[in-house]
Design a protein around this ligand. Structure first.
Ligand SMILES: Nc1ncnc2c1ncn2[C@@H]1O[C@H](COP(=O)(O)OP(=O)(O)OP(=O)(O)O)[C@@H](O)[C@H]1O
Ligand SMILES: [Mg+2]
Length: 454
């Protein structure tokens, strides 16, 4: 290629020289011949210098041309064999220039692509996107725009997903589009998605297996708890029955002891008292002995009162004799007398014949409540009420003391309160106790008029 160039170059130089000689001969043969020899020599010398300068310039020009041609060659190679397709379009989207890669992508010979519209290769559903992109760059909204479409190359090649980047040229009449085959990227994306799906599926399977196992354990746990709860309920029921039985036995024993004390000890003391008064009558003229007898009489009558008190505490006779309402009134007044705490009791019963099991429970609860007020409350007043309403008895005992705390209410050591709760429960009733600091304590008990079968 270089040799051929050199030949062309020497032929050009020769022609140029011939033309120059002809011109010189035509214009100045006569004038040079008239010149003196010295001047001719100088002229010749200058001509030689010019010639050398011209030759040097010529050499530079040739080098520049060679460089230019080499650049064009390089550029053409880069353009044609670029890894992406280049396609220059006019405003109507018609192909003006296209590189070889572009032609290969479109599956058509380069020459056959000229003056055909690139949009013809774009799949129908992607055409709006492609047209919108072209409109955007040609309308000047954006200098550069891009879209991803599917093209249908000519021939046997299957539809190819491509990314098209369009850049408008300086004049605004053409745009250069870069067409990039993204088949591989799409394949990888799809693969990633599939892998992700598979992973998610596997994870979901693992998770559901875990959940199933957890569920199984939970069901087992629930089953165990249910069994435990049943055992607990059964033992609670047994305990309650035992407690009910104990309460009953306790009351029966109290009655028996009270009867024994009252009948046996009471009779004995009454006999002693009678004997002493007979003795006093007999020895009325012995002042010393008489005074001793009197002292003993006082002691014995104190002992009789104590026996009566103990026996009535053990077995509230007035409950049987007077009925619940009066027995409670007696208890309230006795409490006020003993403690100095004012006790105001209101009773409202539709029928004074209260079932004995209920009566003894209400009596004992009232007794325990008053004892608690006396021992713990520091109260000065008690307001109590027993009301029969809607087939229930409601007993309320309120004091104005320091107030019971939540811990004291729920403490397993509060045996007195547990006893109240149990007694009420046995009858099928309910019990509540509230405390307000420095305001007092209120106890509410509700039991059915007809107690549950014990
Ligand atoms: N009216 C009240 N005012 C303030 N605190 C009270 C009152 N009643 C009970 N309490 C508190 O509740 C606790 C539990 O009472 P509970 O009757 O169960 O037991 P107790 O009276 O201490 O002993 P027990 O009754 O077995 O002889 C008491 O120790 C007391 O601290
Ligand atoms: Mg108590």
């Amino acid at each position: 290629m270089i040799k051929a160039k050199e030949k062309v170059q020497s032929a050009d130089t020769l022609k140029l020289r011939q033309r120059a000689e002809a011109l010189i001969q035509a214009s100045s043969t006569e004038s040079i011949s008239n010149l003196p020899e010295d001047a001719v020599r100088r002229l010749l010398q200058e001509l030689q210098i010019h010639q050398i300068e011209l030759e040097l310039q010529n050499l530079e020009l040739c080098q520049s041309r060679d460089n230019g041609e080499a650049l064009i060659e390089n550029y053409t190679e880069l353009y044609d064999f670029a890894p992406v397709g280049y396609c220059t379009l006019d405003r109507s989207g018609t192909i003006q220039r296209v590189n070889l890669t572009g032609a290969t992508l479109l599956g058509e010979q380069r020459s056959k692509l000229m003056n055909r519209r690139l949009g013809l290769f774009v799949s129908d559903d992607c055409k709006p996107l492609f047209n919108e992109m072209l409109a955007m760059v040609f309308d000047g909204q954006q200098k550069k725009a891009q879209c991803e479409v599917v093209i249908h190359p000519k021939g046997l090649r299957s539809p190819t997903p491509v990314k098209i980047v369009a850049m408008v040229s300086a004049g605004g009449e053409e745009c250069l589009t870069v067409v990039i085959d993204i088949t591989e990227r799409k394949r990888l994306e799809a693969q990633v998605l599939t892998t992700k799906d598979e992973l998610e599926l596997r994870r979901a399977q693992e998770r559901s297996a875990e959940l199933l196992e957890l569920n199984r354990q939970l069901s087992q746990e629930i089953e165990n708890r249910k069994k435990l709860e049943k055992t607990l309920r059964d033992s609670q029921l047994r305990l309650r029955n035992l407690s009910a039985n104990l309460q009953f036995i306790r009351e029966e024993e109290r009655k028996a002891v009270a009867r024994e004390i009252h009948d046996e000890l009471g009779q004995l003391l009454a006999s002693v008292q009678l004997g002493l008064s007979l003795l006093a009558g007999e020895y009325f003229d012995h002042p010393k002995l008489n005074s001793r007898i009197n002292d003993m009489e006082i002691l014995v009558s104190n002992a009789i009162r104590t026996v009566q008190r103990i026996s009535s505490e053990l077995r509230p006779v007035m409950l049987e004799v007077l009925g619940l309402a009066d027995a409670l009134q007696w208890q309230s007044q006795d409490f006020q007398k003993r403690t100095g705490i004012r006790c105001n009791l209101t009773v409202f019963l539709l029928d004074n014949r209260v079932h004995p099991d209920v009566a003894i429970v209400l009596f004992r609860i009232f007794q325990e409540s008053l004892t608690n007020v006396q021992r713990h409350s520091q109260a000065t007043e008690v307001e109590a009420q027993l009301v029969e309403r809607s087939k229930n008895y409601t007993l309320m005992v309120c004091d104005n003391g320091k107030g019971i705390t939540l811990e004291e209410i729920s403490s397993p050591e509060s045996i007195g309160l547990i006893g109240i709760r149990e007694r009420v429960f046995i009858l099928g009733g309910r019990m509540k106790i509230f405390g307000t600091p420095q305001k007092g304590t209120a106890l509410f008990v509700r039991v059915p008029v007809k107690p549950k079968e014990i």
